[in-house]
Each structure stands twice: as C-alpha cells, then as structure tokens.
Design a protein around this ligand. Structure first.
Ligand code: SIN
Length: 296
C-alpha cells in the first residue's frame, strides 16, 4: 500500500535516502536497501574526487545540523563502480546525484551513472558550500538540465535551494528545459560562531542548515511546486524525523520523502517512518493517493 511511482521509477515505499553521508559505497547501498528504504540517493559526485572543506565540517544544534562538507566524494568513476556492483543485488532504485560545474560535465556524469545502473539523475546545483557549484542559478541550471535531457532517458530531478524566491517561475522554467521533477529542498545557507573562541565554528565558515528547522520551508516549497506543476515528481526533503513529518510533506504534494539528518539516530528511523505511515493510512482507511496534495 506504500508503493510510489516517481516519474516512472517504481518505489516500494516513499522513503528516499537523501543525498548525503550514507550514499557512498556498495556496502551502504545494500544496507539501506535491507533496512527498508524505498530508494537510495548517492552522495553528490563531481567529475574528479574532492576532499571537501576543512574540518570541522559539521555542527549539531538543538534544531538541526549545519554542515560545510564541500561535497567530499570519490569522483564519478569510483561512484559508478560502487553502483555497478550494488545494483544486481538491490531491490530498490539508486538515484545518482551529480554536482556538475558545466553542461559538458553534467552530460558525461549523467550518462556514466545511467550506464552503471542508476534509475534517475538528481542534479545538485544548490550546495551552499562550494563556490563553483553555486546556488541554483537559473541559467546554469537550465543549461545543465538541457544537456542531460539530450543524453539520458531516465528521470531528471533538480535539487532546489530554499533561497529561490519565485518558486513557480523557477520550476516551470526547469520543467520546460527537461526536468521531470524536483528534490525540495537543499540546506539553507547558515553560519555558527563560537563565542568563546571568537571565530566561526565551521572550517568552511558558512554552511547549510538541515533538520527540523527547515521542514516548514520544505513543506511550503513542495506545496508551491505541486500547485505549479501538478504532474512533476517531487521528493520532499528537509527535517523529516518521523512519520507525521513524512505525511505532512505528502499532504503538501510530495510523491516521496527524503530522509537525511534523521539518520544520525540510526537506520531504524526508516522502518519507523514507513510503519507509522502504513498504520495511519490503515486506521483512516486512506491510500497515499488520497492524501497526496490534499491540502487546498
Ligand atoms: C556538501 O557536501 O557540502 C553538502 C551537500 C549539499 O549541500 O548539496
């Protein structure tokens, strides 16, 4: 009863592991599959390996996390090897996340991911921690999506920054360029200062805020995207800690729900969310389709 169709990709349930620290190796892909995820998004990859920003690169606050990771990743070739060796043993799809700096890179990385077995491509142009990747510049995002759209025939999802002002025009433009859907939202640009040391806590100085504090922002983005593009695929991401948060995103219009920051409490959160959603639907005699985008 929790199956989802995400732009043609079948998910056994709506819980998608968000791009982040866990989607980096064959072992983790298989573990997340066993632990009940509906789909797994890879860490965003770049053409060449990146070591990321200086430490410390993460700080936990009472309402979420601020990270300044800087997209540390093994590069596209190694990531593709991990995907290729995991896919034959997996029962759920992998969404390959890329953080390209040019249309050429986007095209190359998307086709390598698809050849390796990724079922969809997420284009991350919304990382607040890396200068040349940037925060969803519309012209650049359109150019990247167009180049990928010409190259691969799997769904293309754009990861949206919460800094976008005019959500309807942003998503409409990207949809016209070939985006099939959106992951909403990435982190909110943020900063934390250590008042004892009189300096920023993070090695990268600024970072991105995730966790419960951004959830209402994500819910509003999902709602606006769904109202603008009734047919687009939407993965709602940002501060989902339990089934109620997931249900809220689905009611705003999400097809699927990303979990990232909540995984710091352990992988059991995946089953807690799916069990809670299932019980809610059974108790109310509803289906996911009944509640998706139910909010007027
Ligand atoms: C990072 O690696 O900096 C986090 C990923 C992102 O914000 O897109």
């Amino acid at each position: 009863m929790l199956e989802v169709d995400l732009a043609g990709v079948k998910l056994r349930n709506p819980i998608v592991i968000a791009s982040g620290i866990l989607g980096i190796s064959r072992g983790l892909f298989l573990r997340l599959d066993r632990e009940g995820a509906g789909a797994v998004t890879t860490k965003s990859v770049t053409l060449r390996p990146r070591s990321g920003n200086p430490l410390p690169n993460i700080v936990e606050l009472e309402f979420g996390l601020v990270n300044s990771m800087g997209i540390p990743n093994p590069g596209i070739e190694l990531m593709c090897e991990e995907i290729r060796s995991a896919v034959p043993h997996m029962s759920v799809p992998i969404i390959g996340s890329i953080a390209p700096t040019s249309a050429e890179e986007a095209k190359t990385m998307a086709s390598l991911l698809v050849e390796s077995g990724a079922s969809a491509v997420e284009v991350n142009t919304s990382c607040p921690n890396v200068q040349d990747i940037g925060i969803n510049l519309i012209n650049k995002s359109v150019e990247l999506v167009r180049s990928i759209d010409r190259e691969v025939d799997v769904p293309i999802l754009v990861k949206v920054t919460p800094h976008v002002q005019d959500v309807p025009s942003f998503v409409r433009t990207l949809s016209e360029a070939g985006a099939d859907g959106f992951t909403a939202v990435n982190t909110l640009k943020a900063m934390v200062i250590d008042v004892d040391l009189l300096r920023p806590v993070l090695g990268g100085v600024v970072g991105g805020l995730s966790g419960p504090a951004v959830r209402p922002v994500a819910v509003r983005f999902i709602y606006e995207i769904r109202k603008t593009l009734p047919g687009a695929a939407i993965i709602g991401t940002g501060g989902v800690e339990n089934w109620r948060d997931a249900a809220e995103m689905i009611m705003a219009g999400a097809d699927a729900v990303g979990i990232g920051t909540a995984l710091r409490r352990g992988l059991k959160v995946i089953n807690e969310v799916t069990d809670g959603l299932r019980s809610f639907l059974i108790e109310r005699g509803l289906t996911l389709d009944d509640i998706r985008g139910v909010v007027p």
